[in-house]
Ligand binder design. Structure first.
Ligand SMILES: N[C@@H](CCC(=O)N[C@@H](CS)C(=O)NCC(=O)O)C(=O)O
Length: 223
């Protein structure tokens, strides 16, 4: 059975959990992290899940980060690479229409998500959720909010031309941006209206796999 190391409070792990639920693959989920634990963040003095600092984990993933998978002896880390592997191995039709161009366009948006949404998103989760109140910095929050508004405007425009991020059907390309969009809507922040983004986000929320892993507020707001 496939094994996944990670934590459901990690957007990168959530991408993999959502993908696994889309393809309905049984797996063992091993909680692992150096920064988050069952009670919350180490920044508030909580104990981490652990595992990632041990030699066995480092032999699989020298970065000591999550997620990592072991699929019958095939070990892989780097969340977008894992999603792409699962898509190609288990569900090419569902996750990219079995089409190379759709795969490439979905992969383009997955990498764009990593480059353009991840940093602002990380700042917001640290500043709004995980850091003790006394360590929070309004300037950083405002700067991340503006950075994310600019990035989400690009997605909003794209979704004005297509129903989903890589075409007319759901694909793996919707997963990373979908996870970050969910967090964006959960935070208590001022957001300019983006009708295409909102329409697409509502459609994603109807998916059972999204509901199974991404919707749970504890996966985003527990700090
Ligand atoms: N580029 C890597 C980054 C991995 C990464 O930094 N993961 C975060 C969680 S989202 C992590 O491991 N944080 C430290 C921890 O939980 O121990 C990926 O996409 O998988």
């Amino acid at each position: 059975m496939l094994k996944l190391w990670g934590r459901p409070t990690s957007t990168r792990t959530l991408k993999v959990l959502w993908t696994l639920a889309e393809i309905d693959l049984a797996f063992e989920f091993i909680l692992a992290s150096a920064t988050m634990g069952p009670q919350g963040s180490v920044t508030k003095g909580h104990r981490p899940h652990g595992i990632v600092d041990g030699p066995a984990y480092r032999a699989m993933n020298p970065n000591g980060t999550v997620p990592t998978i072991d699929d019958d002896g095939f070990i892989l880390w780097e969340s977008n690479a894992i999603v792409r592997y699962l898509a190609m191995r288990y569900a090419p039709t569902l996750l990219y229409g079995g089409d190379v161009a759709t795969f490439a366009r979905a992969a383009q948006w997955m990498d764009w998500d990593n480059a353009e949404l991840m940093r602002g998103q990380h700042t917001l989760v640290m500043q709004l959720v995980r850091l003790p109140a006394a360590q929070r910095d309004l300037t950083q929050i405002e700067s991340a909010r503006n950075e994310l508004i600019a990035a989400f405007r690009i997605i909003d425009a794209e979704l004005g031309r297509r129903r989903f991020i890589a075409g007319e059907h759901f694909s793996m390309g919707d997963i990373p941006i979908g996870v970050h969009t969910h967090r964006w809507y959960l935070y208590d922040l001022e957001r300019p209206p983006m009708p295409n983004l909102a329409r697409w986000y509502a459609e994603l929320q109807g998916r059972r796999a999204f509901q199974r892993w991404v919707q749970n507020p504890a996966h985003h707001l527990a700090g």
